[in-house]
Design a protein around this ligand. Structure first.
Ligand code: C5P
Length: 229
């Protein structure tokens, strides 16, 4: 089988409050998106990497390596639309049974070991799979949107979804075209689950955290400076 990487990188990073789009923020001197691209370039299992950016992205060409990566300028208004548009653009290139690993540009801590763990653990699964971490905190739900009125969600069996999330090209396209509300579908697995299918959970690593808030930058830099396990 062939494995491809697709990195949606068309977000604006509103919660980061940075001067430019979050994916270009430097972590340890290198743009976040480039960290994600490099992880796939270093993995011998990945046939090719695709990056989805918005049509008017002025920065991508200056940070993308000259080999192994293709830029698709078809970003949408939500992550789900960016992935959907990217997959549509690959119709002439990908086969139905090819695997696509979708990975957030905002996770600079991905490494080859995690990519290969996901692929070797999921490669035979009929649906696909994703990296995830068991929830360690006690989780509260505010009732009726009111802060202060809480119930506790049993922690057992709860996982935090990470990326990459890998699915066969045809299934992922179908799942994303069937999805109705782009704001509800915040990852690829949820679109597949909405078809009644159960993706496999593969334990990820804290270093593969998502950089969302300004305070996350220092933490991500600490992980990158730490020798990989
Ligand atoms: O904002 P958030 O961190 O949840 O975004 C997750 C990923 O989805 C990021 O890599 C971001 O660039 C991407 N995205 C996108 N198109 C959008 C919104 C987000 O490709 N319209």
């Amino acid at each position: 089988p062939r494995y491809f990487a697709l990195i949606p990188a068309a977000g604006v990073g509103a919660r980061m409050a940075a001067s430019g789009p979050k994916q270009y923020l430097k972590i340890g001197g290198k743009p976040m998106l480039r960290h994600a691209i490099d992880a796939f370039l270093f993995s011998e299992l990945i046939a090719h990497t695709y990056v989805v950016v918005s049509a008017d992205d002025p920065i991508i060409d200056s940070i993308v390596p000259s080999h192994g990566v293709t830029v698709l300028r078809c970003g949408g208004a939500t992550r789900m639309e960016s992935v959907r548009n990217g997959l549509a653009a690959l119709a002439p290139t990908l086969r139905e049974n090819d695997w696509v690993l979708v990975h957030d540009a905002a996770r600079p801590g991905l490494d080859e070991a995690l990519i290969e763990k996901l692929i070797t653990t999921t490669g035979e699964h009929p649906v696909g799979g994703l990296l995830a971490l068991p929830v360690v905190d006690t989780v509260k739900r505010s009732i009726g949107g009111e802060l202060g009125t809480l119930s506790t969600v049993a922690r057992e069996g709860l996982w935090l979804a990470q990326t990459p999330q890998m699915f066969r090209y045809k299934l992922l396209r179908e799942a994303l075209s069937a999805a109705r509300d782009p704001n509800q579908i915040t990852d690829d697995a949820s679109a597949v689950e909405a078809l009644g299918l159960s993706p496999k959970l593969v334990e990820g690593h804290p270093r593969n955290m998502k950089v969302t808030l300004p305070s996350d930058v220092r933490i991500a830099e600490m992980y990158l400076a730490t020798a990989q396990p």
